[in-house]
Design a binder for this molecule. Structure first.
Ligand code: PEP
Ligand code: MN
Length: 337
């Protein structure tokens, strides 16, 4: 339920509603707005109706929220949420481009690519230190050594760092080094992991599971918000279909669908979303045209030697081309890049 307070409601009125909700075993989330305060209520198993709140002083309206997700919904929070990743705001007017290698391999490789993508306009560095690989025999990432390399690349370039956290046991370690915690597609419904990253309060880049519906995707984000962490950036990275001309099918229609249902920003990953270098630039253009708040793109100095995801990595030169191609499209949809 969403309780909309009168414009003239006092702090005391809000407090009374919060206490009434808590007495009924619900959790109250006051959402102050420019005109009036709203209070989102979660934890209702269905038994409690609007009558419990309608007659309290200062209550203007009680709205039943029709979706199973609450805190991520626009009904609860009409204004767009802006998430700051190390000072870079995602979800405002600007298209934020995050770029870097799939995996951190060496200090030289990571720092060189960080310098290049920064020079070409990226604002956040990506790179995996803990890699979720389909085969146990594939490169699994450098672990803490990789995190230290990312921190060195941040020091060198000033770019904040987003990197994946694979399990609950390494959250504290990854959070010590990273500006943003990535939850990978394979972990989108790892509910314990979602709760624990929620408790860190750090920005979370939540990738859509490869067969997740939009409702499942938003409910995964709800886990993070329900722990008191509103700093979630959603990421469309392609879903598994019958198509064989791509690694995944990049579902760009999810961008306007998210924008309608949720206040959270959404970025697009055209690298995993296509798996093919030749499709990354056109799909980046399409993502910006569709209204995405940003992109996350894999870039490698020598893609043919990459230890993971070489076939989808852009060279720095191609990344420069991508930036040049998206700028006029961003301007055409009222954004800048
Ligand atoms: C990645 O970003 O390197 C990654 C493994 O992505 P996903 O979880 O989307 O496959
Ligand atoms: Mn990758």
């Amino acid at each position: 339920m969403l309780i909309v307070m009168d414009r003239s409601a006092t702090g005391e009125d809000v407090g009374r509603v919060v206490r009434a909700a808590e007495r009924l075993g619900l959790k109250a989330h006051p959402i102050p707005g420019a005109q009036r305060t709203a209070i989102g209520l979660t934890g209702n198993k269905g038994a409690i109706g609007p009558a419990a709140f309608e007659n309290l002083p200062g209550v203007f309206e009680v709205i039943r929220v029709s979706h199973p997700y609450k805190l991520v919904s626009r009904e609860f929070h009409p204004e767009d949420t802006i998430v700051s990743v190390g000072g870079v705001e995602i979800g405002g007017g600007r298209i934020v481009v995050m770029a870097g290698p799939c995996a951190v391999e060496t200090p030289e490789q990571t720092i060189a690519v960080a310098r290049e993508v920064k020079r070409l306009g990226a604002e956040v560095l990506r790179g995996g230190a803990f890699k979720p690989r389909t085969s146990p025999y594939s490169f699994q990432g450098l672990g803490e050594e990789g995190l230290a390399i990312l921190a060195a690349a941040r020091k060198e370039t000033g770019l904040p760092v987003v990197t994946e956290v694979l399990d609950t046991g390494s959250i504290d370690l990854v959070a010590r080094y990273a500006d943003g915690l990535q939850i990978g597609a394979r972990n989108m419904q790892n509910f314990e992991l979602l709760k624990r990253v929620g408790r860190t309060g750090k920005p979370v880049l939540l990738k859509r599971g490869m067969s997740a519906t939009l409702e499942e995707f938003l409910l995964a984000a709800e886990y993070v918000l329900a722990e008191g962490n509103p700093n979630v950036v959603l990421c469309e990275r392609g879903v598994r279909t019958f198509a064989e001309h791509t690694r995944n099918t990049l579902d760009l229609s999810v961008v306007p669908a998210v924008e309608r249902l949720s206040h959270l920003p959404i970025v697009v990953d055209p690298s995993h979303g296509t798996g093919r270098r030749d499709q990354v630039i056109p799909m980046s253009c399409a993502a910006v045209a569709a209204g995405a708040d940003g992109l996350i793109v894999e870039v490698h100095g020598k893609p043919e030697e990459a230890l993971s995801d070489g076939p989808q990595a852009l060279t720095p030169a191609l990344f420069g081309e991508l930036m040049g191609r998206i700028r006029p499209i961003a301007a055409a949809v009222g954004r800048s890049a």
